[in-house]
Design a protein around this ligand. Structure first.
Ligand SMILES: [Zn+2]
Length: 433
């Protein structure tokens, strides 16, 4: 009885203050505002923010008197950027082997240490204006979900995370060379699918752990195993019944074809996609996340990985092949979603390293605004979240950044020069202060 009274008393005292807080408006004056849906730059716009949400977009003249204003008239204001392919709980040295590093991490790195390291990496994305990430596995048993929840509850700062949980894969996952008697180690990182019925259960397990989407390995290269069309169909059907999207890691053209036949929503990497596969993707509007790196990144990587100077011809060939593949995909009409797949320590922060994808897309011939759209509106749309993120519009989350420079003619350095970062209405950086 006594306790109830105190509880009610606290509610009565604290409620008015909370209401006042919620009604407080903040206004941003944007010199240029990027409209990510129409893919255009608008001049002199006023953004009204209340709490965690955007309320309205209007002209400077509609600013009420005595309101709280953030002056970004000198800058270009963008929706918070989205990296649609990250692995914040996995990081290896350039000269390390993926499988060996995976085994080492799973047997010698505690979940606590892995999560703390992941938290630090995640934060570095937010610091670069990447306010949302799709984290696609290699994150132990749901450490990505834990990290997401810790960020959402305000325990730590970081980007909005869309977590996939363990990748659904055929025997062995992507970790080659592990003996049969040690396959239980693989179960700590992948959800191994044994048949279509098991595939259904795997998705249900993920649903109960509150994942945001499903990631599969259509092929397991360098392992030779792959999911069958029937297994992928079962995954897709179950995931879609719970309103979850499915995206497929795919290196070979055949595995992408299988995944597309089975109804996945997206293809990650797709290094070897044939025109016939790209046509099918365009027809079904299945997105492609090209996870390539720029030329300068590749040289930095090769140096750190101890390649010899005269052994670097493959870089030019690789860049050329990937550029042609991206060209073909765009010409055929495949939706392009920006994603870095950055998990190699090239001696800079994860967030900074992630932004190398923009340099690659530019080198490959994409136009600056098209790149921005792939990293905002199209990315959000393909995740089914275009009403929440990736677009500065009424009712969306207040994830807003500002960059300094000429975004059309000096794209890369402008995108690197982030002067203002807001996520969920909270300001994480404001160089105007
Ligand atoms: Zn990846």
């Amino acid at each position: 009885m006594h306790k109830t009274f105190i509880f009610l008393f606290i509610i009565v005292i604290s409620l008015p203050a909370k209401l006042i807080e919620q009604q407080k408006n903040t206004y941003i004056k944007a010199g240029f505002l990027y409209d990510s849906k129409s893919n255009t730059l608008l001049k002199n716009k006023l953004i009204q923010i209340q709490g965690t949400k955007i309320i309205s977009i209007s002209e400077f003249e509609s600013l009420p008197e005595n309101s709280q204003v953030i002056d970004l008239k000198e800058y270009t204001v963008l929706p918070g950027l989205i990296d649609a392919h990250t692995h914040v709980l996995f990081y290896q040295e350039p000269n390390e082997d993926f499988a060996e590093h995976s085994v080492k991490s799973l047997t010698m790195e505690s979940d606590a240490l892995r999560a703390l390291r992941g938290a630090n990496r995640a934060k570095s994305y937010l610091e670069e204006g990447i306010t949302s990430i799709k984290d696609l596995g290699n994150s132990g048993l749901y450490l990505d979900v834990a990290l997401r929840d810790a960020i959402n509850e305000g325990t730590i700062d970081g980007p909005r995370i869309f977590a996939s949980g363990p990748i659904l894969a055929a025997n062995g996952g992507q970790v080659y060379g592990v003996l049969p008697k040690h396959q239980n180690i693989i179960d700590l990182e992948y959800r191994i699918i044994t048949n279509p019925e098991d595939a259904k259960n795997a998705v249900r397990e993920h649903v109960n752990q509150n994942v945001d989407l499903i990631k599969i390995c259509a092929d397991n290269i360098p392992n030779n195993t792959y999911l069958t069309i029937d297994e992928i169909k079962s995954i897709v059907k179950t995931a879609h019944s719970y309103n979850l999207k499915v995206t497929a890691h795919s290196v070979t053209n055949q595995s992408a074809w299988n995944a597309i036949e089975a109804g996945v929503d997206g293809i990650e990497h797709g290094f070897n996609l044939a025109d016939s596969t790209l046509l099918k993707m365009a027809e079904k509007q299945i997105f492609l996340v090209p996870t390539e790196n720029s030329k300068s990144y590749m040289y930095t990587y090769a140096k750190l990985a101890n390649y010899k100077e005269n052994e670097l011809d493959w870089i030019d060939n690789y860049i050329d092949r990937m550029k042609k593949r991206l060209d073909r995909a765009i010409k055929i009409g495949v939706p392009i979603v920006a994603g870095s797949d950055n998990y190699t320590d090239i001696k800079t922060s994860s967030g900074k390293s992630s932004k190398d994808m923009y340099r690659y897309y530019l080198e490959a011939g994409m136009k600056p605004l098209d790149i921005l759209q792939s990293s905002t509106y199209i990315s959000a749309f393909q995740l089914g979240r275009e009403n929440e993120i990736g677009y500065i519009q009424p009712k969306s989350n207040a994830d807003i950044i500002a960059v300094k420079g000429d975004i059309i003619n000096d794209f890369i350095s402008t995108l690197e020069n982030v002067v203002f970062i807001m996520k969920d209405g909270n300001i994480y950086k404001n160089e105007n202060d």
